[in-house]
Design a protein around this ligand. Sequence first.
Ligand code: AMP
Ligand code: GLY
Length: 437
Amino acid sequence: MKILIIGNGGREHSLALGISMSESFRKSGSELYCALGNPGIDEVALPVNIKPSDTDALLAFALREKIDFAVVGPEIPLSMGIADVFAENGIGVFGPSKAAAEIETSKIFAKDFMIKYGIPTARYKSFHSGNIPETAEFISSLNFPVVIKADGLAAGKGVCIAKDIKEANDFIDAITADKIFGESGNSFIIEEYLSGFEMSVFAITDGDDYVVLPSAQDHKRIGEGDTGKNTGGMGSYSPADALIDNTRKKIREKIIEPVLAGMKKEVRKYKGCLYCGLMICGNKENYEPYVIEFNCRFGDPETQAVVPLVKSDFLELLLASANGTIGNYELKTRKMYAGCVVAASLGYPDKYETGKVISGLNREPGDAIIVHSGTKYSFDKKEVLTSGGRVLSVVGLSPESIDEAVKTAYKRLGDISFENIYFRKDIGNKFRIITGK
Ligand code: AMP
Ligand code: GLY
């Protein structure tokens, strides 16, 4: 079988590792390609020099090379309908259709859908740039802080938690008048602030049946103690299920199942990975999960921690989602803990420098996995260089605890260096704080 992964970040490197280590992959002599790939991915997949957003070129490549199955990592090609055109051309694909991907690509669609199907989420109202005066009225009906979100995709930066009216108005001006997110900010929502702790839950589904992967917790803020700006994610650990022992049933029954049933009713049958970004509210004895957001893809850096915990055949899982056979797939997980620390370029998520030589990548890996995100190979220097804000992640594994897994990751990260490396030193501490253990 010929498999094409689309994407070039840490998530896609983890997917490539999961696929290439699957028994079904190794036994069948399958071939793995990745567009664009990166120096880490290129160790297990043949690089294809086509951008993930160039869906026409990807289709032409897939037809020419007789690709059997495509795994779409990022949301952009999904929002452009890559799953639809690949399916129309007889190519198997992991990922939702354009219409189903709207659960991520339009926050207004997602919120309206949640209200229609009774899925728990923060109270909200949607606005278009034309009706600004009404916003003041709605804001005054909520307590501060309030949350304002650009409707469309904004690379994870379209959310403002405004502590007062001035901050709220400044953000609304920036997205509607100054158009800092282009068309994505023409419409926006304002919603109430939920307090609790966040969890990422991935359901792999064929639209009818689903399995839930070990849950994870992301660390979205740049600074220790969850301070500073929001980022794509600075670290993760999994499983985080111990945090929500008595809540898992609620997550299935109040969130995942109504989403799949609702999407079918809306003729947007959802296939692929349904990423539930949850806020777990209330007290320990009776937690209530609320949806902060849905994503139409795996999360990054959660995937780095989750995929190594899947014991059953990972490629078969992805194929079962595409082929409508999830009901027959038996998910097995390892009795292990994974901790993932992201190393970024100092300055991220704002301005940062690239092109720095990364050293320490080739030493004995031990129990840690190095996952590449923003890296590139320099043929001149014969070195791997930094090429992005989030550069790489190190994933530690342990049979003992999350603490031990994270320690393994930090130990391995200690051997890696590049100029202006930045990473959070408190990944995993939240687990202890929330559980009180
Ligand atoms: P989003 O892009 O929707 O995931 O939002 C980015 C981040 O903003 C989330 O990870 C949360 O930390 C925070 N956030 C979003 N919505 C809310 C809310 N209603 N209440 C509290 N925090 C929120
Ligand atoms: N880690 C957050 C995301 O992938 O959206």
